[in-house]
Design a protein around this ligand. Structure first.
Ligand code: AMP
Length: 491
């Protein structure tokens, strides 16, 4: 498919052709035709797949088709984004795609004085990019009205949920017209996002860019096992000796970011820090310098780096292992953008191997272990040096499962234990208020067959006691135990 075949406004086509866009990416080819038709959309796609253009191009097209160059125009499209960096980046994309026409975009976000943003809104705008908190502030001040919004985008919806913006988002949406076109883009679709999508989308087209199409294939991943205290030495080593044009180093905390940046600078490496405690203008300056390659290494927290789009970023380094597999994908997705090759290094200390295990399970592949460095510690069981192929990994997992199930079958046939009826997990217990407590007890133990109704009190006691002593339990012992218990409670 070509962009010409999509029949978009010629001003857009001229701009993207000039930018070197030859063919639509997967998400663009799947989403743009439906969005041009005015359909709602639920799309799962990560940054780096070209998702911004997937929603930006149809929006600019729609607005350009009905464009009236009046001075005081109210926003017709609204894009909500979780962070100011992402909001600014989306604005840059809209500006680039609409530079051959007069469609105007502004971004409003926290961390900057409201005054300038208010002046810009009052001058008139077609597309508004906003972080939820700042937009609500401006709405409460009656500076902005959303009554003309015809196109609404929630970008990185899962991140907005993680950051606690979901109620703000719902409030904002309730101030827009119901006949709007709504697009929800999210890297993952957790249940809360699925629920929200049902509330705000009408008969949406579902577009799913599966992990096979994520930038994973174009990223050369490797993991380094080492002591936590050796991480800074390895980092300095890598940044000084590698043929490395620009690297983004992820550190878990803001304090950590500051500390590591100072250590890198002290080692003579051109590095700067970016995190939530820096002012917006500091963050913007640093990002611009990094994009222009005036800074070689940017040390960042996850929130500060979310959605950053930097061309030709050669390396992503996980100084601290990410807390979730999703964060891992977001981090390494900063390199290898739009099909370029990139490298992702993960520094894994012994206390972080469980995080590596979760990542490998999620991406269904084993990350190759790099052993050619000066700080190697022995390889934990989670890693296998050569098996990187996802198919190999799956096959291994399957055989392990089979082995385990064999083991279970052997274990579940002990020769000296009484055979009890197995619980029928599918059968629902017959609900009986008087026996509620005992039914729950049995359900937990799973020793009685609930398919035949609730077992009697004697049956239950006898089952559980027999389980403990490995032999059937008679009435006599039962009475004796009861007596012992009563004596104990008086003692
Ligand atoms: P995104 O996933 O929206 O952050 O986009 C990632 C990068 O891909 C950005 O630098 C875009 O400029 C670039 N890009 C988006 N669509 C295309 C395309 N069709 N051809 C080439 N580059 C693209």
């Amino acid at each position: 498919m070509t962009f010409e075949q999509l029949n978009m406004d010629h001003t857009i086509l001229r701009a993207i052709t000039q930018d070197g866009y030859e063919h639509p990416t997967d998400i663009q080819a799947n989403a743009i035709p439906h969005l041009l038709d005015g359909r709602d959309m639920l799309a799962s796609a990560q940054t780096g797949t070209g998702k911004t253009a997937a929603f930006a191009l149809p929006i600019i097209h729609h607005i350009q088709q009905t464009f009236q160059p009046t001075k005081k125009r109210a926003p017709k499209a609204l894009v909500l984004a979780p962070t100011r960096e992402l909001a600014l980046q989306i604005k840059e994309s809209f500006d680039a795609y609409s530079r051959k026409n007069e469609v105007k975009t502004i971004a409003v976000y926290g961390g900057m004085p409201k005054r300038n943003q208010i002046v810009k809104i009052k001058r008139g705008v077609d597309i508004l990019i906003a972080t939820p908190g700042r937009l609500l502030d401006l709405m409460n001040m009656k500076v902005i009205s959303l009554k003309d919004i015809k196109h609404l985008v929630l970008d990185e919806a899962d991140q907005m949920l993680d950051m606690g913006f979901i109620d703000d988002v719902k409030k904002i949406i309730s101030n827009t017209n119901e006949d709007r076109q709504t697009m929800l883009f999210s890297a993952t679709i957790p249940s809360e996002i699925a629920k929200l999508s049902k509330q705000i989308l009408t008969n949406p087209v579902r577009v799913e860019i599966t992990p096979q199409n994520t930038p994973l294939e174009t990223i050369e991943q490797s993991v380094f096992f080492l002591k936590a205290t050796d991480k800074i030495k390895l980092l300095v080593d890598k940044l000084s000796h590698e043929t490395l044009t620009s690297a983004l180093v992820f550190v878990r905390t803001k304090q950590g970011v500051n500390k590591i940046t100072s250590q890198l600078v002290a080692a003579g490496i051109n590095a700067e820090a970016i995190h939530g405690d820096k002012t917006q203008s500091q963050r913007q300056k640093t990002l611009t310098r990094f994009k222009k390659h005036d800074i070689k290494v940017l040390v960042a927290t996850d929130v500060a780096a979310r959605g950053i789009d930097i061309d030709a970023l050669s390396h992503v380094i996980n100084y601290d292992m990410p807390q979730t597999p999703q964060t891992y994908l977001h981090r390494i997705g900063r390199t290898a953008r739009a099909g370029k090759l990139g490298k992702a290094y993960s520094f894994c200390a012994p206390a972080e191997t469980h995080l590596l295990k979760a990542i490998q399970k999620h991406i269904e592949m084993l990350i190759p272990v790099e052993t050619k460095h000066d700080f190697v510690v022995s390889k934990p069981k989670t890693a296998t040096k050569n098996a990187q192929n996802p198919k190999q990994y799956k096959a291994k997992k399957r055989s392990k499962k089979e082995n385990n199930s064999n083991y279970k079958t052997q274990k579940s046939q002990p020769d000296n234990k009484p055979a009890y009826p197995k619980p029928n997990r599918k059968a629902k217990p017959v609900y009986n208020e008087a026996k509620e407590h005992s039914t729950h007890t049995e359900l937990k133990r799973g020793t009685a067959s609930l398919s035949q109704g609730i077992p009697s009190r004697e049956e239950r006691k006898s089952f559980s006691n027999a389980k403990k002593s490995n032999k059937p339990f008679g009435k006599k012992q039962h009475k004796h135990k009861k007596k012992q218990r009563r004596q104990k409670s008086f003692a």
